[in-house]
Ligand binder design. Structure first.
Ligand SMILES: Cc1cc2nc3c(=O)[nH]c(=O)nc-3n(C[C@H](O)[C@H](O)[C@H](O)COP(=O)(O)O)c2cc1C
Length: 374
């Protein structure tokens, strides 16, 4: 599919790159790493790029109000940082004041951003209190104004939202409103706000959503999100519902950092350790050269890499007592020879790593609550 507006070169390229190596008749979806607060910063995006790159990355969501009023309480520091050789992500912003959205979006091109995404799905009560995130589902006129405001930046505008606020069936009234705004991409997390991330994603509505798009805004790309764990699961979903343009994966990356790899295979423990070491190195680099990072937050990632082999839990427990990346490295070099000796085939199985995913989501909810309450 080719988008008509010259604004949309960014997404045209994404669509075309995803198609490389495949016949036109064999339409391939693009894959993206979901925006995740306190997760998808420049460090983790580069680790995922190394493990198996998606076609698109998003930043953590960033408060438009803080971008235009630098003294505001919800700091933007580091959220929009992009490393020199990193693939430019889409900037995700949130807010409920069109003038702030316009002001924030206008700053993005000079920072190197080529696309902006508006968060209309966050279920967190502290964001909803600000009439933002999924609260915009209940104020569709304001949501439309916000899209129009973001377009003043000249960047292609996309929206990430949920099916509805209370009930998933609200999508029948809600999604046409956004489609009429002629957005470049509409990402639909297949749940209502009330369902949070607990109810299973509503695959049963995908075909209806695609038919709406075809009728109202055929040029808008539809990206589907919710409970899709890997590239192969995404490809299967697209087979069941042809017309999906993109697949967004969130928590699946905690269960399997290789979620985007094109040829699925089993990975060795030493490959996992290499990813952990990369994360440690990038943490130090960003901490020293871009923005101060909290070491405690780094600990949440250990479960992603150190799981599924003998002594994994004991090793993680030792690492939980550390205070610096140097201490982590010291423990790894002391303990890993014992681990390798105990791991007969150096196999590391990521499947069913639900615990890592649950931990990350819970830690994020707590952090968001406290940072917005300050
Ligand atoms: C730790 C965490 C942080 C999140 N932060 C954001 C965010 O900043 N912006 C956003 O649009 N969605 C955010 N989400 C929602 C995800 O982008 C995604 O919509 C959701 O996890 C469902 O997809 P999944 O089933 O593939 O995880 C977050 C989810 C998690 C688990």
């Amino acid at each position: 599919m080719t988008l008509k507006s010259p604004q949309n070169k960014f997404w045209d390229r994404v669509v075309q790159n995803a198609q490389i190596g495949h016949a036109v008749t064999d339409k391939q979806p693009f894959f993206s790493l979901a925006p995740m607060e306190a997760v998808t910063d420049t460090i983790f995006r580069r680790v995922v790029a190394q493990a198996g790159a998606p076609d698109v990355y998003y930043t953590e969501f960033t408060n438009a109000s803080s971008m235009v009023h630098p003294q505001a309480k919800f700091s933007v520091q580091g959220r929009l940082a992009v490393a020199e050789h990193e693939q430019q992500p889409v900037a995700q912003i949130w807010g409920s004041h069109p003038e702030e959205i316009a002001g924030a979006a206008k700053k993005l091109p000079s920072m190197g951003y080529q696309a902006v995404d508006i968060n209309m799905g966050c279920p967190d009560s502290s964001v909803i209190k600000n009439n933002a995130g999924s609260a915009l589902i209940r104020t569709p006129d304001l949501a439309s104004e916000i899209v129009a405001a973001a377009k003043l930046s000249g960047l292609p505008v996309s929206v990430k939202t949920r099916l509805g606020f209370y009930k998933p069936e609200e999508f029948r009234e809600w999604l046409p409103i956004i489609l009429k705004q002629n957005v470049a991409v509409l990402t639909v997390h297949l749940r209502s706000r009330k369902e949070m991330s607990k109810a299973p994603a509503h695959e049963e509505y995908i075909d209806e959503i695609l038919a709406m798009r075809d009728a109202i805004a055929p040029q808008t790309l539809i990206q589907i999100n919710g409970d899709i764990k890997t590239r192969s699961a995404g490809l299967q979903l697209v087979k069941r519902h042809s017309g999906i343009d993109g697949i967004m994966i969130g928590r699946g990356i905690f269960e399997n950092p290789y979620a985007f790899e094109k040829q699925e295979r089993q990975h060795t423990l030493s490959e996992s350790i290499a990813l952990l070491n990369l994360q440690l190195d990038l943490f130090d680099e960003v901490n020293e050269t871009i923005t101060p990072k909290h070491f405690e937050a780094l600990k949440r990632y250990f479960k992603i890499y150190l799981r599924g082999f003998a002594h994994a839990s004991a090793l993680r427990q030792m690492l939980m007592e550390t205070h610096t990346t140097q201490e982590v490295r010291a423990i790894l070099s002391q303990e890993l020879p014992k681990v390798y000796a105990a791991v007969a085939h150096d196999k590391h199985v990521y499947r069913d790593n639900q615990a890592a995913s649950d931990d990350m989501a819970a830690a994020n909810a707590a952090k968001l609550e406290s940072s917005l309450a300050q």
